[in-house]
Design a protein around this ligand. Structure first.
Ligand code: PT1
Length: 284
C-alpha cells in the first residue's frame, strides 16, 4: 500500500513525497504571451534539485475563473517539457482533463496523469487504462470557470469521500490496478473556506479509502483568507498547510515552494516516532 506504481518508477510513500508544480500557461514563463520553454524547464530542474520527488506539469489553468485551452495548445506547451524531464529520469505527472493530452503525455514518458475531473471525460479512463502510469483522481464540484460561485454540500467530507470511492471503483472496473491510484479531495475546487478546512481537519476520512492521498493547498485563496496575504506572500501558510495535511496522512504534497516544504518535512520526520527512529540510526 505504501508503494505507488508510477510508470517505470516505484515511489515509496511510507513517508510523504513532495510534488513540485510547473505551470506552463499564458500567465507563467511568458513574455508578450509567448511561452518560454527553457525557463519552464529550468524551473522544473530547480524543483528537482530542491527535493521534489514528482514534477507536475500543467498547460491549462484550472484555478477559479480559468478558461479552457484548446487541445493542440495544451499539447504544444506540455509535451516537450515531459520529454525533456522524462529523458533525465524524473518522475513526471501531467495535470490534464483531456484524453488526447493524456495519451500524448504517457507516450512522451509521463509516469502519472493528474486529472482534476477524475477521468470523467468520455474516453479518459480508456486513454490511460492500457498504460502503466499512475492516476490522480481529484474531486471538483462544478467546473473551473464557475465553481466558486456557490459551492454547496450537505456534508462535504462524506460527499467527497463517496465521489472518490466511486471513481476508484470505475478505475478498478476498467482493469486498473489499485496500486496505481491516488485520491485527492480537491482543495479550492468548488469549496468555501469552511469546506476546505473541514476537509483538511477530517482528512483521515479520505485517507481511510485506502489509497495514497494527494493534498494541494499551496498558495490557494483559503490561505489568503486566513492570513490576509496575497498569492506571493503565502509561502509560510502553504508550508503549514502541507505539514497539517501530512500529519493527517496525506502522502503526496503538491506545492510551489518545494525547498521550504522539504525542509519542514525533514524536521517532522526526525520527530515522528517511526521514521525518526530509522533516521536516528542513520545519523549515529
Ligand atoms: C490540486 C490541484 C491540481 N490544484 C490536484 N491537481 C490546482 N491533483 C491544479 C484558489 O482558491 O489541489 N490537486 N491542479 C490549482 N487549482 C487552484 C484551485 C488554484 C483553487 C488556486 C485556488 O486560490
Amino acid at each position: 500500500m505504501s508503494i505507488l506504481h508510477c510508470g517505470r518508477h516505484e515511489i515509496d510513500l511510507s513517508s510523504p513525497c513532495v510534488m513540485g508544480i510547473v505551470n506552463v500557461t499564458a500567465d507563467s514563463f511568458s513574455a508578450d504571451g509567448r511561452l518560454d520553454r527553457e525557463a519552464a524547464l529550468a524551473h522544473a530542474r530547480r524543483l528537482l534539485e530542491d527535493g521534489a520527488g514528482i514534477i507536475d506539469i500543467g498547460g491549462e489553468s484550472t484555478r477559479p475563473g480559468a478558461a479552457p485551452v484548446p487541445e493542440e495548445v495544451e499539447r504544444e506547451r506540455v509535451i516537450p517539457i515531459v520529454e525533456a524531464l522524462a529523458a533525465q529520469g524524473a518522475v513526471v505527472s501531467v495535470d490534464t482533463m483531456k484524453p488526447a493530452v493524456m495519451r500524448a503525455a504517457v507516450a512522451a514518458g509521463a509516469s502519472m496523469i493528474n486529472d482534476v475531473k477524475a477521468f470523467t471525460a468520455p474516453g479518459a479512463i480508456e486513454a490511460i487504462a492500457g498504460s502503466d502510469a499512475a492516476l490522480c483522481l481529484m474531486h471538483m464540484q462544478g467546473e473551473p470557470r464557475t465553481m466558486q460561485q456557490a459551492p454547496h454540500y450537505t456534508d462535504v467530507v462524506t460527499e467527497v469521500r463517496a465521489f472518490l470511492a466511486g471513481r476508484a471503483r470505475a478505475c478498478a472496473d476498467a482493469g486498473i490496478a489499485s496500486d496505481r491510484i491516488v485520491v485527492d479531495p480537491g482543495f479550492g475546487f468548488g469549496k468555501s473556506v469552511a469546506h476546505n478546512l473541514d476537509l483538511l481537519r477530517r482528512l483521515d476520512a479520505i485517507v481511510g479509502l485506502g489509497f495514497p492521498v494527494l493534498a494541494g493547498l499551496s498558495r490557494k485563496s483559503t490561505l489568503g483568507a486566513l492570513t490576509g496575504r496575497d498569492v506571493g506572500g503565502r509561502a509560510s501558510a502553504s508550508v503549514a498547510a502541507a505539514l497539517a495535511a501530512a500529519l493527517r496522512g496525506a502522502r503526496i504534497l503538491r506545492v510551489h515552494d518545494v525547498r521550504e516544504t522539504v525542509d519542514a518535512l525533514a524536521v517532522w520526520r526526525a520527530i515522528e516516532p517511526w521514521t525518526g527512529l530509522q533516521l536516528r540510526k542513520g545519523l549515529e
